[in-house]
Design a protein around this ligand. Structure first.
Ligand code: N01
Length: 558
């Protein structure tokens, strides 16, 4: 293919028009689109293969909590039709196979460098180029740099006294070994009870001799009711319903109108197609309310929060949903003391709602012990295990299910310097700031995909990724067509967007507890509600307006 380099009199030749950091779903699609538009593009990724989060998170039970038919690209109708998901919620190995299939199908690998970690990215004002240095000592220059680095890609291992002395094996769910790990006959400890732990615990409990779960805060989780969904080759029809969403469509029905499903999803707050209840939890009587919750519980999945319109906005309504789940926990867990320790008291949906298979049931097993460290933190590690509640728990293996330095951690690990040597670390000293989660004032020609200030993690990521990629490609084409050499968010646009973000997050239930959404899991991280909680449709409308008005809120220079 002919590459149409950016032509501008101020430019000296760069290695690439666009350097993309990250070969997850964002980077792969961006490479495909930009190459198709004639740009010279390169991806670098620290991993040895494509897949991003699905490359690293290989712990037992890892799967997506967005249904497979929706957690898939929509940009290629052929790809949509030919790929066959086997389960309602795809496992990590299946999603990774999908990412590899996409890389092969669109011949992406020839423009990706694996095992390449970006150490720094510095904007050179003399020629308007980014200079990217890798840990291997290479320098790459590019006119534009796109951070497709993912929202949950830097693991968090909290500091525990004596951890280094522990003689057993330590794992992190977010950086799991590629070989099979067998816990048979072992005493295993898990620290954390977020989404990762909730998926891993039931499976590890079946294998380990004994499992100790160290829980600081109980988490709400709803059942997945996962099942196989592929067609039955004998009858040529699935006969089985693929979806709890969208009127229980089968795979065949979805594929017959995939665009319709996507279109309906894009109109939804979280970019997921499902049929929410249009009533307030407070306008119906107790019986109707319980039935409503039960119906959504039986559908399974994160759409439970759509059981009534005001679960996210009214504390009183939220409490009715929370109490419904608390009662489920009390009825599932046999030991009332353990059940009560598993019951969360904060608003439901504040921390990300988890989706599970047999999580609460697992605490009825005789080889599982819940160690409630909510009131009294883990004291220290020893060679043999961990001290908590003034007792020593001896362990062969320890699993950190302690999450991520979300949304900003990966960007801040790279030494990013914009105009006049401004570092991103200094710019974000009081929390991340940017325009639409896409651009940052002081950092021209750099884009983020699903960055802080965009709906990202509050939506079906596939939809948000495609929307950002399409916007960035449209923008780069515009700049090329108008012979523009730099684009940079203005500080006033950034300030206005931050004020709007804060206003919508202010009274939202997602902002009513400590979570990684607000950086609450990382010591010293400024408390800012990072994703945009105004909903996907409103956000897309704003992005489109900005593009339609020749990138209003950005400064363009020739
Ligand atoms: O991480 P988390 P995660 N002592 O931050 C605990 C996505 N995801 O990897 O709540 C003791 O949620 C911490 O306790 P607390 C999804 O978006 C998706 O599980 O801070 N405990 C918490 O229990 C998800 O939200 C999928 O008090 C400590 C846990 O560690 C995000 O990734 C699957 C501690 C961390 O939970 C992150 O999930 C998996 C300490 N010092 C993940 N420090 C699906 O698609 C932390 N904890 C299904």
């Amino acid at each position: 293919m002919m590459h149409t380099h950016f032509k501008n009199r101020k430019r000296t030749d760069s290695d690439y028009d666009v350097l993309i950091v990250g070969a997850g779903f964002s980077g792969l699609y961006l490479l495909h689109r930009l190459r198709g538009s004639g740009f010279k593009v390169r991806i670098v990724d620290r991993a040895s293969d494509v897949g991003g989060t699905w490359f690293w998170n290989r712990y037992p039970g890892a799967r997506c909590d967005v249904e497979s038919m929706q957690y898939a690209y929509s940009f290629s109708p052929e790809l949509e039709q030919e790929w066959v998901w086997s389960e309602k919620y795809a496992t990590q190995p299946e999603i990774l196979r999908y990412a590899r299939h996409v890389a092969e199908r669109f011949d992406l690998r020839r423009d990706i460098e694996f095992d390449t970690t970006v150490e720094s990215a510095v904007f050179d004002e003399s020629n308007h180029q980014w200079r990217i240095e890798t840990s291997e000592g290479r320098t790459i220059s590019a006119n534009f740099c796109v951070m497709a680095t993912g929202c949950l890609s830097t693991t968090n291992t909290p500091h525990f006294e004596g951890l280094d002395s522990f003689k057993g094996t330590i794992y992190h769910t977010g950086n799991w070994p590629h070989e099979t790990v067998d816990f048979s006959g072992e005493k295993v400890g898990v620290i954390g009870t977020g989404s990762s732990a909730i998926q891993a615990i039931p499976l590890i409990a079946k294998q380990a001799k004994h499992l100790y779960v160290f829980q600081r805060t109980p988490h709400y989780t709803v059942p997945a009711w996962n099942r196989r969904i592929e067609s039955d080759p004998d009858t040529k029809t699935s006969g089985r319903r693929a979806y709890g969403y969208d009127a229980d469509l089968t795979i065949e029905e979805i594929k017959a109108d995939y665009a319709g499903l996507r279109g309906r999803a894009r109109k939804m707050f979280n970019a997921l197609a499902f049929i929410p209840n249009r009533k307030s939890a407070l306008e119906v009587d107790d019986i109707e309310r319980q039935n409503g919750y039960e119906g959504f519980w039986q559908r399974g999945g994160v759409v439970f929060l759509g059981a009534y319109t005001d679960i996210g906005t009214s504390l009183e309504a939220n409490e009715t949903a929370a109490e419904f789940v608390r009662e489920k926990i009390r009825r599932t867990v046999n030991d009332p003391v353990v059940a009560e320790a598993l019951v969360p008291t904060y608003t439901i949906g504040c921390k990300r709602l988890a989706v599970d298979t047999d999580y609460y049931e697992t605490y009825n097993r005789s080889n599982v012990t819940l160690v409630d460290v909510g009131q009294s933190p883990i004291q220290k590690f020893t060679q043999q295990g961990v001290y908590a509640l003034d007792q020593e728990f001896t362990l062969d293996s320890l699993i950190m299910a302690t999450g991520f330095d979300a949304m900003t951690g990966t960007l801040l690990k790279i030494d990013i310097r914009g105009r006049s040597g401004l570092t991103l670390e200094d710019k974000w000293i009081d929390g991340p700031k940017g325009y639409l989660g896409l651009g940052i004032a002081g950092f021209p020609n750099m884009f983020m995909i699903t960055g802080p200030g965009s709906p990202s993690v509050l939506t079906n990521m596939m939809q948000s990724i495609e929307q950002h990629v399409d916007w960035i490609v449209g923008c780069l084409e515009y700049l090329r067509n108008h012979n523009i050499s730099t684009i940079e968010a203005t500080e006033s646009a950034e300030d206005d967007w931050a004020a709007h973000n804060d206003a919508v997050a202010d009274n939202h239930m997602r902002n009513s507890c400590s979570s990684w959404y607000v950086g609450g899991n990382i010591e010293g991280k400024p408390r800012v509600f990072m994703p945009y909680v105004g909903g996907f449709p409103r956000y897309v409308e704003k992005c489109n307006e900005v593009a339609d008005q020749n990138y209003l809120g950005f400064t363009l220079t020739t």
